[in-house]
Design a protein around this ligand. Structure first.
Ligand code: MRU
Length: 341
């Protein structure tokens, strides 16, 4: 294998070219797209063909590497980097990773150096996922019923994933987790992607609509909630897929532990609290209906007014612990600060 090549479940960097798996088409079709330009990748990030906090940052970094290796001049690369950095506003991994590459471009580093830094970002994410998985095993009692939301697995990272990585590792280690998969409206990352990943890993799971979690908790059917994160503020307030905050309120009411799992690259020490996190607003049609293989299906009258925030913020007071690559942190003050990599 060429030492510059990298492969993950939903992304490949082979012969200095980036390909992405179109996550919009899963679980029915596995179609890969070659990304020749930053604009193409930005389009795929906007449409969520490429999604998940770590993955969008890794894909953007590899695009910068691809362009550097193709001989694009540094001044143009810097403009492209800024456009990639602005492609989604909430997940901080995207900004963190590109901020590592920017000084190299400013200093006129050669293409090989820029590429090796981008590849290190990919490799680091794999290692961080594995470390999160190992750390998270301590919060998963044997045979526990774990509720998760959105998709936080190998599709969303370069490695085994974050929250879902813990679950699949727990399964592999014989802990027999049983997973409640929140469907995750409006774009169904739970039912389309998490159910696909859990089936491939042979982990027992059942799909539920988002509005079923409360009654399952009341019936004593949920032992813990484990989700991923897009940005963790300095005070511990944590942004993740819309619906997460509601689950945290429900878990608190039912005295069920509620955990976030994320790499240190998701922590934003410069962001004081949740109110300072920018929440992405998405297109109204995502809520009015759904895209299907046969086209667009509208559930509501065309033109119905819509609010479509893609993320929400869970206050630190509702969080039992954050699981990072450095361990299980029960207080926000214990969160690792800064990116030492
Ligand atoms: O809009 P998405 O699908 O990119 O949102 C993804 C999430 O909210 C995930 O929970 C988060 O990015 C963590 S992925 C390891």
């Amino acid at each position: 294998m060429n030492p510059l090549d990298r492969r993950a479940t939903s992304l490949r960097f082979i012969d200095q070219r980036l390909d992405i798996l179109d996550q919009r088409l899963l679980p029915h079709e596995e179609r890969w797209h070659r990304c020749d330009t930053p604009d193409e990748l930005i389009g795929h990030i906007h449409s969520l063909a490429v999604r998940g906090a770590p993955l969008i940052g890794i894909a953007a970094s590899l695009m910068v590497a691809q362009r550097a290796l193709a001989g694009i001049p540094a001044s143009q690369l810097l403009d492209e980097l800024e456009a990639l950095r602005a492609s989604r506003p909430t997940a901080v991994n995207l900004m963190n990773y590109l901020d590592r590459l920017r000084p190299l471009l400013q200093q006129g580093a050669d293409a090989a150096h820029i590429a090796s830094c981008a590849l290190a970002i990919f490799d680091q994410d794999q290692a961080l996922c594995q470390a999160i998985g190992e750390a998270g095993l301590s919060v998963i009692p044997s045979a526990s019923r774990v509720l998760t939301h959105c998709n936080t697995g190998s599709l969303a990272t370069a490695g085994i994933g974050t929250a879902l990585g813990i679950i699949t590792l727990a399964h592999a280690r014989g802990l027999k987790p049983n997973v409640w998969v929140d469907e995750t409206r409006p774009l169904l990352q739970g039912s389309r992607l998490t159910a696909w990943e859990l089936a491939r890993a042979d982990v027992p799971h059942r799909l539920i609509c988002d509005n079923m979690a409360a009654s399952l908790m009341a019936a004593g059917e949920v032992d813990l909630v484990l989700v991923g994160a897009d940005r963790i503020a300095a005070n511990g307030d944590t942004a993740n897929k819309i619906g997460t905050y509601g689950l945290a309120v429900l878990a608190h009411h039912h005295k069920i532990p509620f955990y976030f799992a994320a790499p240190v690259t998701t922590i934003d020490p410069a962001c004081p609290n949740g109110a300072a996190i920018t929440i992405e607003q998405r297109q109204p049609d995502e809520v009015r209906g759904a895209k299907t293989a046969g086209g667009e299906l509208l559930f509501s009258p065309p033109g119905t007014a819509v609010s479509n925030p893609a993320f929400d913020v869970t206050p630190a007071s509702l969080i039992s612990a954050w699981i990072t690559d450095r361990g299980v942190h029960r207080q926000a003050s214990e969160l690792p600060v800064g990116d030492p990599y």
